[in-house]
Structures are given as C-alpha cells and as structure tokens.
Design a protein around this ligand. Sequence first.
Ligand code: PEP
Ligand code: MG
Length: 589
Amino acid sequence: MNMENKYKILLKGISASPGIAIGKVFHLRGDVIKIEERDLDESEIEQEIEKFKAAIEEAKADLRKLTKQASKKLGVGNATIFDVHRMLLEDETIVGQTIEIIRSEQKNADFIFFRQMNQFQKKMEQLNDEFFKERATDIIDVKRRVLQLIQGERRGDYLARLSTPHIIVARELTPSDTITLDRRKILAFATDIGGRTSHAAIMARALEIPSVLGLKNISELIAPNDRIIVDGNHGEVIINPSPETLAKYRKLQGDYYDYERKLTQIRELPCRTLDGKDIELSANLEFPDEIESVISHGAKGIGLYRTEYLFLAREELPSEEEQFQAYDSVASKIYPETVIIRTADLGGDKSPDSLKIPQEDNPFLGWRAIRICLKETVMFKAQLRAILRASARGNVKIMFPMITTIEELDQCIQLLNEAKQELDSLKQSYNANIDIGTMIEVPSAAIMTDVLAKRVNFLSIGTNDLIQYTLAADRGNERIAYLYENVPPAVIRLIKQIVEAGHKRGVWVGMCGEMASDPMAIMILIGLGLDELSISPIALPKIKQIIRSIKFSDAAHIAQKIMQMENGAEIKKYMKKVMAKRFKNFPFI
Ligand code: PEP
Ligand code: MG
C-alpha cells in the first residue's frame, strides 16, 4: 500500500491500556528480518555452509513436529501443508544451489538463500496456475522460517537493535513477549489479536504502556518507519496522520498527562464515599519491581500478586529460596499494608518451559492453575513454603486461583498445613494464622460460595475468568469482545449472590478482575456491597476519584435499578447517562 492510500487510516480496536503515544512503528514479526549482504573470508565459507545446513535440518525437524501436531488436531489430510514445506527444503535446486552459490560468490548464507527463494517465488507467481500461485505463499513461509534459524534470532532479539523507543505492532503478543521485551524501547503496543482481559493486555497495563489490541489487520497495513498514533484511551490507532491530526493528538496527549498529574494529588486521601463508607482500594501486581508504581499510585496494599510471572521465560522452575526472596521483598516494601499472594496460575496462555504442559485443544478449560498445582505437589509445596516464610511479618495472605470444587480447596488447605509442618520441623518462622482466601472465578465456585466461604477468611472475584466461563466467551478473542463490552446482567447477578453468600458467612468479598477498574462499573460494584477492589496501579487514581465523589446510598440505589434490567445494552446506556451527569469534567468516561 502506498503512502497516499495509507494517509490518515483510522483503525478501531480494543482499548487495553490508557495513554496516548505517537511514534514510529516497529513491526514485531518474522518478515522484519533484515538481510544484509556480506563478503566472507575464505576461512569462513565452510562454517557458513554448516550453519545453513543446520538451519535447514532444524526447520525440517520443526516441520515434522508441526505435521504430527496438525494431524492429531485436524486429521491427516490437513497436515500435508507442513509436508509440502518440508519437501521444499529437500529440493536440491533450492538447498544444493544455495550451497554452491555461497561457495562461488563467497557471500553470507541468509543473503544467498533469500535471493534464491525470491527468484523461485517469482517464477511460481508468474505461472498462470492457481496451484503454483498458492505454492508461492508456502515459499514465503519457508523462507521466513529458515532465515530466522540462520540468523538465530527470536522475536525479542529484534528489539535489541532499536536505539530509540518505537511503537510495537504485532499480530499478537504473548505474556512471554511482554515480559521479555525491554520496556524502555516501547512507546505503545498495537496488535491484530487480543481482548481487554487477555494477559497481554493486563501486562501492558502493568507496564503502563498505552495499548490498543484487536485491530484485526494493523500488522498488514503498516510498513517499517510509518508514523502512527496509538490512543489507548479510546481504542484507536491512526496510521500516517495528517499534520492537523498530529497536532490535535499532541494536545490530547498533553491534556491527558496533565489530568494524570492532577489525579496524583488525591494519592494520600482516603478512599471513602461522600457518605463515609470506606472501600479498600488495592493494586494488582505482576512483577516485584512494580511495587514502586503500586506505592506511588496510592494503593492500599496489594489485592492480587500474580506469582506465575516468576515461572515464565526461564528454563527451570524458581526455587523455594528464590520465590521467598521475591515475596519477602514485596511484603517488606508494602508493610504495614498487606499483600495477597496468589499461588501460581499457570496453563491457559501462561505455559512455562520448565513444566511439561501437554498441548490441549482447550487450554483454558484444561490443565490450568490449581489443577496443575494439585498434581505437581512438589512444585506447589515449595511455593506454599516460600509464601509462608514471607508471612512472618504478619502482612501476607494467601489465595488460590481457579477453585472449581470444594475438594480442590480442601486439598489446598491440607497441603498448606503440611507445608506449615515442614517449616516447623525446620524451625522456620511464619504466620501460623495466615489468612486464606479463594478466588471466585468459575461459575461452579460462584454457586457454591456459601460452602467455600466456610473454609476461608476472604473471597476475591476474578471477573476476567468468571465472565469468560459464564458467557462461554474466550477472554482473548477480539471477535467476541462485544460480549465483554456491556456489563452482562448474568454476571451482575452472580456477583450479587457471591457478595451476599460471603457476607452471610462473615467473610469479606473483594474483586481483582478487570471489571473493578472499569469506571462504568464502579458504582454498581460499590452498590452491590463489595468490600475491596484490586486494580492495576495505573487505574487507581481515576477509580479513587470516582469513589470519593459518590454516595454509597446512591450507588446502592443504582445497583438495585440495574438488577431489574434485562440486557447489557440497557445497563450500558443507563450507566453512561448516570456517569455523564455526575462527571461532566471527567474526560475519559
Ligand atoms: C481473573 O480471572 O479475573 C483474575 C484476576 O485472574 P487472571 O486475570 O490472572 O486470570
Ligand atoms: Mg483468573
């Protein structure tokens, strides 16, 4: 697409992390591979050929694996595509000639292979035959695979080449991408795939990087060095904006940062409604070094510490000692406030290399979170001991994710007791009366809240999963993100039931899912009687400002009204009206 056509393209996506960024794009995908022509010394030639051969062998092995996986998943017929790719690499005219030319021209393997494949691709495209035209796309794929292997690079390595920060555009970001990328080099994220509660979105908020996900085809529309605007507040991206648009967004960017700066003034003030009801407003934390941001945004403790990030992007499991150091450092920095440490929620889209999680058809419905921990008890016990040791100061609580049955919670408590005994025998100190909580994020747990509540000191509602499982809607799939857009009445009813069942049993009920940081939902949640909200630090000042400007009695009245409504669109319309009337000068509602 030429510059003229691309001028001022406006794309709508899902607002995943607030803020506005303007900058040049960096295209995080295979075809950003840079091919440089390099002359080889005589002495380098054989080594270069060996490198090329090794890359071809590795590519063939990968393709064999893919054939197997695909035939298991899709049936044998559908797996042949990878066989075709592999056969291309067995073709003497491609591989043999490449080797010959590396020798004769004494040039680097990636340059020669790239040139050979391009010529081959052109020939295919020129043939007036659909079959061969399709093979041209296969050649692009195979070319990319081999070039990446020759250059020995992974996605994150590309970023190392950047000297100035860029906006990262990718088809998709994984949680591992977001951890391994160097945040100093990132102005914003814009991706084709992903929803607001996908873990990539959660990470982007934790890193305070403006992000718009679910843009469908932005990775195809941009070219290197395009300038784009990412408006994370409204979920929009503009490619190659006009000078007027650029000026408008520079102004909006300035206004937004002024607004943020002003909000910091309420940092030390209590999170109390106008009629005196205190709401515990705490923060979600993913990385121990986020603690500074948690404190600077005025959080009252940490309502969810997602420990699974300690397990990702590494070869071995973290040891008990390493985990203890991480948890203890967070607990000591947040003291005297408390931190709720959630045991590892692995699986789903968070698969560590150190643990063999088999490929599953439905990973979010499969071997995930507590289901893994209750099987991998050596790993789980090490984490329980590490958390217990960090509790010695008295400000740590423990929480279990994805509890689905009562038996699971009972087993967790049993293993926690065993971990306590193990520490006793080692004479290690810990808080023997540590508070135990469970997440309510599976509908079966929501239905059984009264029984679960008998066994714990607190409950925390995980709406990201509770919505996903109640509505049968994948939280990372942008095609069905509309199901999350309106506050679904089915979920409101569940929340009400959970709060009432918890309170009846005398335990406090919080929420650590993303709904708790939605300005449109906040009055409903307060009105339903939630005691605590745990949200990403970046959203804290905004949510606190809302809570400080409302009356609990009004919120309760609004929640009652909402309970009568039968569909999400009606709720959304009503809440928009309520909020617009109350918060005239609140620019981001
Ligand atoms: C949730 O499901 O709402 C939650 C807080 O847990 P996570 O987002 O880590 O799955
Ligand atoms: Mg969850």
